[in-house]
Each structure stands twice: as structure tokens, then as C-alpha cells.
Write a protein that binds this ligand. Structure first.
Ligand SMILES: C[S@@+](CC[C@H](N)C(=O)[O-])C[C@H]1O[C@@H](n2cnc3c(N)ncnc32)[C@H](O)[C@@H]1O
Length: 355
């Protein structure tokens, strides 16, 4: 039977499948390719045909993780299939048609449907960036420069947990800033006056093997992963005092309880909210707003159009201020390239100068 012949009624509304198909098509249209793009295009193609094995795996994923955003589901499908069948990601020999590639994928899903579905049900995409601490370093050091508050900080959705330990690592700041241009020059390194630092993620806390699985199948990502591991072994990172805890963001009671108990007054969320459905993003931000101790600051870095375009946007939410400060765009989500100030940058830096 060809995928075209499959007319089974689906248990998950077909508009949910259509949303995932659109997300896959958008990801497949990303102007850069570091190893996943052809797979995303294949998913979009397979879903357009309602290819049966693919639809079945997605139905089971959406039932297990109804809170997940569509883009996140597509990236998780890639990670889970790659873990079982790396051959799906090798460049197809010339002449391999989309039909043939889809047939290979269907055969893989036929063999490995269970572990693929189980991985998607249990895990999140925990790709952890090595350089994403650069803007939180600049913004939080500026924000807390008046010395009125010690900083009790939590990096939520921390992945491998490197960002909270990299903050205040002056050597890494200097090294990685060399590849990130600012219009007025790189801001001087200033330390953040930490009293406590935490990294939070969902259980099971991501380990190296899982984070490696989340990196793309390419030389580019192999090099980036090497940089991540190398940066973790830097003495300023190793010596940082960071505690880690398993907290599910969607268990807003547990999240609030943690924030209040540890008197957290500053939070960072990098590349986390896009993994949640829009309603859950709101719930999480409301919980932070209600639970953080003064001054209650949240730095947020979110990928451009949910990962479908290069770069990311950096915002800062301040308790008591109705709107987030829209501060900067970074041209590449791996924090190489250029920082472009956004509409609130001048007003923010007038209050909190960046040196
Ligand atoms: C793409 S990774 C980003 C890691 C790191 N913040 C960075 O930018 O390099 C997103 C992280 O958010 C975490 N996450 C997603 N949903 C979560 C939830 N409901 N509770 C806790 N963590 C969650 C994932 O487990 C994952 O490690």
C-alpha cells in the first residue's frame, strides 16, 4: 500500500497534524543547514501524504506530550529517529527521490516505532548552546550594578547546565565576545553579584549523551559540541558554585514553591519557551511574575520565529513593568555574528548603563 492509499481516520485532529506539517516545512525552509534540514523537509513531505507510520508516531507523541509546541515535536522526531537509525541522515545518493527516502523512513519507523515514541514522550530537545551566556552576562551585570541586591539566580531549562556556571567566567566572556559584534563595541566584562545560582530542568536531567544526541548530524555540530565540553572544563566554570534541581516548568506549583523557597530574584530562559505551547508559555511567565523576589528580573532568549529563521531575540522582563523590554536581536542563535539593539535598548541602558 502506498502512503497515498491510507485513508484511516486519525485519533488526533488532522489540523494538529497539519500544524506539525507546517512546522516541518518552515524548519525545512531555514536558510542554513547544519544537518537536519533534509530530514525536516522529508517530514513535511511525509505528512502532506499522511504517511501512515509517521502519522502513527506523531499521534502517539501528541497524545503523550499535548503541551509540546509543533516545532519542538518535529525537532524531537529528528533526534529520536537519529538515535535509532542514523542512516536516515546520511546524504542520500544522487537520484534518491523523496518517495524512496520516505519509504526508508517508514521502514525505520516500522522497526523502531516504540523507542522513537518513548524518547519523544520522555525527553525534550536539550541542545545546549556554549555562548548563550554572553547577553545575560551583560544585561544582568548592568541591571544589578547599583549594588542594591545580591542575585539569587535560576537558569530554567538549563539543558546541560553550563550557562549558570559560565556567568562571571571572565576568560570565556572575553574569548567568545571576540566573535560577537556590538554596534558600539563589546561591552566590558562586569561580574554579577551572585549569592546563589541554580540550574533547573525536567527530570531526567539532561546528561552529556542526551545533549550530544540533540546536536545535529554534521561536522559543524561536532565542532560546536567539542567547544561546549571544552568550555565546561574551564577552571572558572568548574569552580562556580551551581546547584541543580529537577523541576517541571509545567508543574507551576512546584516551580513557584522552588522560587519562593530559594528566594530567587533573577531567572534566565534561553531557548525554552518555544518548546511549550503558547498557553503554557503564558502560565510559566505568570508563575515567575507571581513568585520572584524583588527586583524580579527574567532574561529571555527565544529563537527567531520558533527556530525557522536564523538568530534570536533577547528580552528582559521586570516585575512591575507591564511590557517586556525588547532589547536586542542576535544574528545567529549560537551567538556568533552581530547584536542589533531593538526598540527598548536605549531606554533600558539609560537606566542601566552598559559600559
Ligand atoms: C533547547 S534546550 C536549551 C538549553 C539551554 N537553555 C540553552 O539555551 O542552551 C531547552 C531546555 O528546556 C528544557 N525544558 C523544556 N520543557 C521543560 C519543562 N516542562 N520543564 C523543565 N525544563 C523544560 C528542556 O529539557 C531543555 O533542556
Amino acid at each position: 500500500m502506498s502512503p497515498h492509499d491510507d485513508k484511516r481516520p486519525t485519533t488526533v485532529a488532522s489540523n494538529a497534524i497539519a500544524r506539525v506539517q507546517q512546522a516541518a516545512a518552515d524548519l525545512g525552509g531555514h536558510p542554513q543547514d547544519h544537518g537536519w534540514r533534509e530530514f525536516y523537509r522529508l517530514i513535511a513531505y511525509g505528512l502532506e501524504l499522511r504517511s501512515p507510520g509517521l502519522v502513527t508516531v506523531l499521534e502517539s507523541a501528541m497524545t503523550a506530550r499535548p503541551e509540546s509546541g509543533a516545532t519542538h515535536l518535529v525537532t524531537m522526531l529528528g533526534i529520536a529517529v537519529r538515535a535509532q537509525a542514523p542512516e536516515c541522515f546520511r546524504s542520500p545518493p544522487t537520484g534518491h527521490s523523496p518517495e524512496q527516502r520516505l519509504a526508508v523512513l517508514e521502514a525505520v519507523l516500522d522497526l523502531h516505532a516504540e523507542p522513537v515514541a518513548a524518547t519523544i514522550a520522555a525527553r525534550q530537545n536539550s541542545f545546549t548552546g556554549t555562548r548563550r551566556f554572553l547577553l545575560p552576562q551583560v544585561l544582568l551585570s548592568a541591571y544589578f550594578a547599583d549594588g542594591d541586591h545580591e542575585v539569587r539566580f535560576a537558569d530554567i531549562g538549563t539543558g546541560l547546565g553550563v550557562l549558570p556556571a559560565q556567568l562571571n567566567a571572565a576568560d570565556l566572556y572575553t574569548r567568545f565576545s571576540a566573535d560577537l559584534r556590538w554596534p558600539q563595541g563589546v561591552p566590558a566584562f562586569r561580574p554579577i553579584p551572585f549569592a546563589a545560582r541554580y540550574g533547573l530542568d525536567r527530570d531526567p536531567l539532561p546528561d552529556r549523551a542526551w545533549v550530544r544526541a540533540c546536536y545535529g548530524p554534521s561536522v559543524y555540530y561536532r565542532e560546536m559540541y567539542r567547544e561546549l565540553i571544552e568550555s565546561m572544563s574551564h577552571p572558572q566554570v568548574r569552580e562556580a558554585e551551581v546547584k541543580y534541581a529537577a523541576v517541571d516548568l509545567l508543574d507551576t506549583e512546584a516551580l513557584a514553591e522552588f522560587l519562593v523557597r530559594e528566594r530567587i530574584n533573577a531567572v534566565n530562559l534561553s531557548y525554552v519557551l518555544y518548546e511549550l505551547s503558547p498557553a503554557n508559555r503564558r502560565r510559566v511567565l505568570d508563575t515567575l511574575g507571581a513568585s520572584l523576589v524583588a527586583p524580579g528580573v527574567v532574561t529571555i532568549t527565544e529563537p527567531e520565529r520558533e527556530l525557522t529563521q536564523p538568530g534570536c531575540t533577547v528580552l528582559l522582563i521586570e516585575s512591575g513593568r507591564e511590557k517586556p523590554w525588547r532589547l536586542a536581536r542576535v544574528s545567529d542563535g549560537h551567538f556568533k555574528g552581530a547584536v542589533t539593539p531593538l526598540e527598548d535598548f536605549d531606554a533600558f541602558t539609560e537606566i542601566h548603563p552598559i559600559v
